[in-house]
Design a protein around this ligand. Structure first.
Ligand SMILES: C[S@@+](CC[C@H](N)C(=O)[O-])C[C@H]1O[C@@H](n2cnc3c(N)ncnc32)[C@H](O)[C@@H]1O
Length: 476
């Protein structure tokens, strides 16, 4: 029987991507805040990535957490080969990759603390969707966290129509043709004043931004089925999985709904599914990455804001809205966060800094409460990121900048790097030689000379400092 999804992945290489929102350090904090009592710690856990492609996401996790175990499965032979070669080249022996079809693969006797299915549910045929949720449930440890991402309705509905029309248009062919066509459609739609046409123009513009490399696997893929939130809940419920919340705390409050609008929806919160569906309708969000646990997992229903005190935090925005910082304690805490930036520091350490600044006026109980309440809200609003572990990042590069072993391997292959926060870092072709030279053998002057020679358009010093802020030069 023909399998267009399999054909696509055997013919085209899926881009190498890492996903910060599917990082166990982030999932651990998000799941605890939504009531999971003792989420697994990334430093000592087992992770399964279903549909791991060439392993970019998993390899970087394996390097970061040497005492944890990682396993990826994918039915693309070439992707698995690439992933294995990278693990071997870097000497990572805590990650394995298996060529397998998720519809047949069995997890074995040891369960996984984190099961990741990123970019899968919407993009596989119907019988595979059910098999995927079955595999997620079967392989998940009793206190484990499952991550499932999917395109979301009703936000995706107009995009689905646009993609269907685009696929039907005869001119679609080489990449340039597709880009020209999207440009023309965007410009034509933008000429009309109607809200509908403006929305459509924005969809075409966004498709152009994604580019043909991603579009082929998303809007224009053989399978690209969006879900209502309730539909995913139904699939999960059939496998006895319970919804925990979204993978990042801000994901629970869609960004384009202001707090005033949210207050008007408070009465809906008694029915969480209706509440979430209403948020999806009003925000028009097109994507979700949802977390699940086993239905019989005990949850802490009285979760308080104090859970955030166990994590690490970093500032995500350079300036906060007016009145966002209120009171002396919160002011000092925010200053400690800003001083640690761009790194992520443990909240107890940040609180110790505050205590030192406040001296005898520091009252532990009152201060903890003020900080926990503020930090919880700040994390939900996306001002601060919470994660389970500290992450090293600096404002300046070391004297001889050196990427980690895995990133050096990626640089040699011409693949994107993965920063300390698990964000994918792409470089233009002309900058690749400078990236490869970040191997710890060159000082800044030498690197500057290489940049002048190989990449005259590169503004070298701010560029190097930017890489440092992304934690790309781990301490030796
Ligand atoms: C959209 S890509 C997502 C890759 C990766 N998870 C990410 O998000 O970066 C889907 C991946 O799933 C794999 N895949 C699709 N159907 C599969 C199946 N039935 N069994 C195993 N792998 C499958 C494809 O080969 C491809 O690598």
């Amino acid at each position: 029987m023909s399998d267009p999804v399999r054909e696509l992945y055997s013919q085209k290489r899926y881009p190498a991507l890492s996903h910060p929102e599917a990082h166990p350090g982030v999932l651990c904090a998000s799941a605890r805040c939504t009531g999971l009592v003792s989420p697994p710690l990334p430093e000592q856990c087992r992770v399964l990535d279903i549909g791991c492609a060439s392993g970019h996401h998993l390899l970087a996790l394996a390097e970061r957490f040497p005492d944890s175990e990682f396993h990826g499965i994918d039915f693309s032979d070439s992707a698995i080969r690439t992933a294995r070669q990278a693990a071997e080249a870097v000497g990572l022996n805590n990650v394995t990759f298996e060529h397998a079809d998720l519809r047949e693969w069995q997890p074995g006797s040891s369960a996984y603390d984190y099961v990741i299915a990123h970019g899968m549910l919407s993009w596989i045929p119907d019988e595979a969707k059910s098999a995927l949720m079955d595999l997620v449930a079967k392989s998940l440890a009793p206190q484990g966290i499952a991550y499932v991402s999917y395109n979301t309705l009703p936000g995706w509905a107009m995009r689905r129509e646009a993609a269907m029309m685009l696929k039907a248009l005869p001119q679609i062919g080489p990449c340039d043709g597709l880009d020209a066509q999207l440009k023309q459609l965007a410009e034509t739609a933008a000429m009309s004043d109607s809200a509908h046409a403006q929305d459509l123009a924005e969809i075409f513009r966004d498709m152009r931004r994604k580019g043909p490399e991603i579009l082929a696997f998303d809007e224009l893929a053989p399978c690209c089925d969006p879900f209502h939130f309730s539909g995913v809940l139904h699939l999960a419920g059939q496998k006895k999985l319970r919804y925990l919340g979204e993978s990042t705390l801000p994901g629970n409050l869609p960004p384009n709904l202001n707090p005033e609008a949210l207050r008007t929806l408070e009465t809906l919160q008694a029915d969480p599914v209706l509440f979430q569906q209403t948020l999806d309708l009003l925000s028009g969000r097109t994507h979700r990455s949802s977390l699940f646990c086993h239905a019989d997992t005990q949850l802490d229903t009285g979760t308080t804001t104090s859970v955030v005190l166990h994590f690490a935090a970093r500032l995500r925005v350079s300036s906060l809205p007016e009145k966002a910082i209120h009171g002396e304690i919160v002011g000092h805490f925010h200053a400690a966060l800003a001083a640690a930036s761009p790194a992520s520091r443990s909240v107890p350490d940040l609180m110790e800094d505050c205590a030192r600044r406040l001296g005898p006026r520091w009252e532990p109980e009152q201060a903890s409460k003020a900080i926990a309440d503020w930090l919880y809200q700040a994390a939900r609003l996306g001002w601060v990121e919470l994660r389970s572990e500290e992450v090293h990042a600096a404002t300046h590069a070391p004297a001889r900048p050196c990427l980690g072993a895995l990133n050096l391997h990626f640089a040699k292959q011409g693949d994107p790097l993965v920063d300390a926060f698990h964000q994918t870092c792409r470089f233009p072709e002309s900058h690749q030689k400078v990236v490869k030279a970040l191997d710890g053998t060159h000082g800044h002057d030498e690197l500057r000379a290489i940049a002048r020679d190989q990449a005259p358009d590169l503004d070298f010093d701010p560029w190097l400092a930017h890489l440092a802020t992304r934690g790309l030069f781990p301490p030796a």
